[in-house]
Design a protein around this ligand. Structure first.
Ligand code: SF4
Ligand code: SF4
Length: 226
């Protein structure tokens, strides 16, 4: 709804244009746990932004290293648009069971939304509280495939040495080998890979300006010229 104030039109309610849903799925908070327990939202529809990954922070209006792990609704296909947004009906397919962050979304008055950013977030460990074997798998992954220090890497991008690139290539391939192995062993892990492990490291490095190419059975990295 819009209100006329003099010559200006002031928005006062949601027009259901879907622009916010097209910018990406909502992050999940502690109050959303029941939506997962009741299977209103499936783990296969989640993606994890691991602590230290670079992501857009609407509070600072910059892309920066995340201070906490963020579990959020995934996009649809290769698009950012939330997987629960139906482009045909221009609506949310889980409207009655949408997460807290979606309830707080008011583009005309973003204070409630901004207050939720990186606050009281749900972690993989909390979501998997009653699934010890999956908790263990996530711990194994984090121990075997830690993220590089993206904040440091971002600062040093102009002076990345050959040794740095070789180390990153080893990490990229370890990450893929771990995923390949566990995904082959379990259909559940395969479905929930993006929730359990987040995006593969090689995809994350592409946004730092690395080209990725195949060499035999391994991936190699090449830093694009500035
Ligand atoms: S909150 Fe704003 S951007 Fe989101 S659907 Fe409503 S009007 Fe559109
Ligand atoms: S759950 Fe619904 S309201 Fe929330 S971002 Fe997705 S489509 Fe939009």
């Amino acid at each position: 709804m819009n209100m006329e104030t003099g010559n200006t039109t002031v928005q006062t309610s949601c027009k259901q244009c879907g622009i916010c849903c097209a910018k990406g799925g909502a992050a999940l908070h502690s109050g959303d746990l029941s939506l997962l327990r009741d299977k209103n939202i499936l783990l296969s529809d989640l993606i994890t932004i691991r602590k230290g990954e670079f992501a857009y922070n609407p509070v600072t209006d910059t892309v920066q290293a995340t201070q906490n792990e963020i579990v959020k609704l995934r996009g649809s296909g290769r698009e950012w648009t939330c997987c629960y947004y139906d482009v045909n009906s221009c609506g949310c397919t889980i409207y009655d069971h949408r997460p807290l962050a979606c309830h707080a979304l008011k583009c005309w008055d973003p204070d409630d939304s901004l207050a939720l950013v990186e606050s009281d977030l749900l972690s993989r460990n909390e979501i998997l509280a009653d699934n010890e074997s999956m908790q263990r798998l996530v711990r194994e992954f984090e121990a075997a495939c830690p993220l590089p220090d993206f904040a440091y890497l971002f600062q040093k991008m102009k002076n990345v040495s050959t040794d740095n690139i070789v180390t990153l290539e080893q990490s990229v391939n370890s990450d893929l080998e771990f995923r390949d192995r566990v995904v082959k062993e379990s259909a559940e892990v395969s479905r929930e890979e993006m929730f359990l492990f987040g995006r593969p490291l090689f995809q994350l490095l592409q946004s730092f300006g690395f080209d990725v190419f195949q060499s035999g059975s391994h991936l190699r990295l090449h830093l694009q010229a500035p």
